[in-house]
Design a protein around this ligand. Structure first.
Ligand code: GLN
Length: 553
């Protein structure tokens, strides 16, 4: 029978529930248990696809084209397995389903209420992945903080499930904060006590407390928390601030979060977690042999979560290259042809980020021009690739008015245009080209060499496409569409073979990079950055040498 672990949060948001849930899942998976994680978000949007990144960080896209919470990215990166639409549920989706059923008359004249109709639907979804014996353990992360009005139906659903399935089949891990008061030089347990009390007022008691803290929790303090919060003493887990999120599984293992969970679920411990590859990765991450600086050009750069998967993909690819990747954020809105040199001359490589809308778009184009003309390794993702095409059209093909019709609907030089099937769409949610599509690569391309194959699958999230009317002109001038969708002929990858590394991709490779499988393009891009740096250093050394000779030194 599938067993359920719920991860809730107390005291404050941003404590890292997603990372704790993913770490526990990793440990259970490494013990040989079939484990998956899902996230329930209490907001009313049907999915985060329509949310501005400033509101909610990046929107993560799964293989099946679901636009989901960025925590699903952590789940995939940690577990190295795919998630799907079923792994992310929102209040909006639950209500939409219940209301549709009500309109169909499925409730037979009954009054439709939060309890039981909404809570029943929450429970149905919570246990959906547990059907058909696919998984031994389903971990469910509840978004939000206990005590929020919108979290109440979820807490109630978990209470009911615990009662229906029994405490040995359903446990609650509560993530909380133990603040350290510098003036008093003391760790404080009161917020945790209050948050557990709040939960128990709703009939739910946590089985395990994971306590985020800046200072180690001493034994007496753990005993006090256990006593006041009604949990086993060894179920008070210390979660000290970590240097990287990727060390959290090992920290949780040291604190026996997996062992205690399995004991409470009355499951055999099985073998010790096998984390050889993970530790190897962590070692390389912590002790890099070189470092590169890569410019991230985007319009949401002040908000770290907006480009989460890209930043994580750099961490994976950097570790594999034994190279620390320093990401320098460059706001595209403030980049101009005049200051491009000043802002970019020290970069070893440039990544132009995905995005929507025209804010900061000319800055992206200027950055691409600078990278192209100065032989700086360039990687453009989605909008980044589209703007690489616009830049090339304007400055190489001489199409001065070239643009994407997303930014300039009137242009007659729309090198990036809208797909026919997108033209009549009026709804925004879930109507883009989403999810995994096949792509065929030219055998002699850089991309084929990087992937080691000519047939790949990558995830998409966009409305606009390369305009195939310009295919030949681009090719003749030296920007080659090297990857196409075999069914539609849509361009998926462009390259400039005469440049050391100039790759633009219409899809989002960052979504598929994991600790155990860093994405090949990111790996090759970091390598190209290293090579560019070495080449630059060589030139600099040579210049210094020539200067010394000239000066007779
Ligand atoms: N705005 C562009 C489009 O819709 C690119 C989207 C993206 O970068 N994800 O096609």
């Amino acid at each position: 029978m599938t067993k359920y672990i719920f991860v809730t949060g107390g005291v404050t948001s941003s404590l890292g529930k997603g990372i704790v849930a993913a770490s526990l899942a990793k440990l259970l998976q490494a013990r040989g248990l079939r484990t998956t994680i899902q996230k329930f978000d209490p907001y009313i949007n049907v999915d985060p696809g329509t949310l501005n990144p400033y509101e909610h960080g990046e929107c993560y896209v799964t293989e099946d084209g679901a636009e989901t919470d960025l925590d699903l990215g952590h789940y995939e990166r940690f577990l190295n397995t795919y998630t799907s639409q079923a792994n992310n549920v929102t209040t909006g989706r639950i209500y939409q389903y219940v209301i549709n059923k009500e309109r169909e008359g499925a409730y037979l004249g009954k009054t439709v209420q939060v309890i039981p109709h909404i809570t029943d639907e929450i429970k149905r979804r919570m246990t959906l992945l547990g059907q058909n014996n696919q998984f031994d353990i389903v971990i469910t992360e509840l978004g939000g903080t206990v005590g929020d009005i919108e979290s109440l139906p979820y807490v109630e659903a978990v209470r009911q499930l615990k009662w229906e399935l029994g405490n040995e089949n359903c446990i609650v891990v509560h993530l909380t904060l133990i603040p350290y008061l510098k003036a008093a030089k003391e760790l404080k347990t009161k917020p945790t006590q209050h948050s557990v009390k709040l939960m128990s007022e709703n009939g739910l008691n946590p089985d395990i407390l994971v306590c985020r803290t800046e200072e180690p929790l001493y034994k007496e303090l753990k005993a006090k928390i256990a006593l006041f919060c009604n949990v086993r003493q060894d179920a008070v887990i210390e979660a000290l601030d970590a240097d990287t999120i990727y060390s959290v599984p090992l920290e949780m293992m040291r604190e026996k979060l997996d062992v205690i969970s399995l004991e409470l679920l009355k499951l055999p411990l099985g073998k010790e977690p096998e984390l050889f590859k993970w530790k190897e990765f962590l070692n390389k991450l912590r002790y890099p042999k070189s470092k590169v600086t890569i410019g991230l050009i985007g319009k949401y750069v002040e908000l770290q979560d907006a480009y989460k998967s890209i930043l994580e993909a750099f961490i994976h690819a950097g570790a594999l290259n034994e190279c620390k990747v320093i990401v320098k954020n460059i706001h595209s809105e403030y980049l101009t042809p005049e200051n491009a040199q000043e802002k970019m001359h020290n970069l070893d490589a440039v990544l132009v980020a995905p995005g929507f809308g025209s804010r900061g778009i000319e800055g992206k184009i200027d950055a691409i021009k600078y990278a192209r003309e100065n032989n700086i390794p360039f990687f453009g993702i989605c909008l980044g690739m589209q703007m690489a095409c616009v830049e090339f059209a304007r400055n190489v093909l001489g199409l001065k008015k070239a643009h994407s019709v997303e930014m300039d609907a009137e242009t007659d030089q729309g090198v990036i245009c809208m797909m026919e099937e997108q033209k009549n769409i009026t709804h925004m949610g879930g109507t883009m080209r989403l999810g995994s599509y096949e792509c065929e690569l030219k055998t002699d391309s850089k991309a084929a060499a990087i992937y080691g194959t000519t047939n790949i699958n990558e995830r998409h999230r966009h409305r606009y496409e390369f305009n195939n009317d310009y295919l030949e002109a681009f090719e003749i001038a030296g920007m080659i569409p090297v990857g196409k969708n075999p069914q539609s002929g849509l361009v998926e990858i462009v390259e400039i073979p005469s440049h050391p590394f100039f790759v633009g991709v219409q899809f989002h490779p960052e979504y598929k990079s994991t600790v155990e499988n860093p994405h090949p393009i990111f790996v090759a891009f970091v390598k190209a950055a290293k090579e560019a740096q070495e080449a630059r250093n060589k030139v600099n050394r040579h210049l210094v040498y020539e200067h010394s000779v000239a000066e007779g030194l």
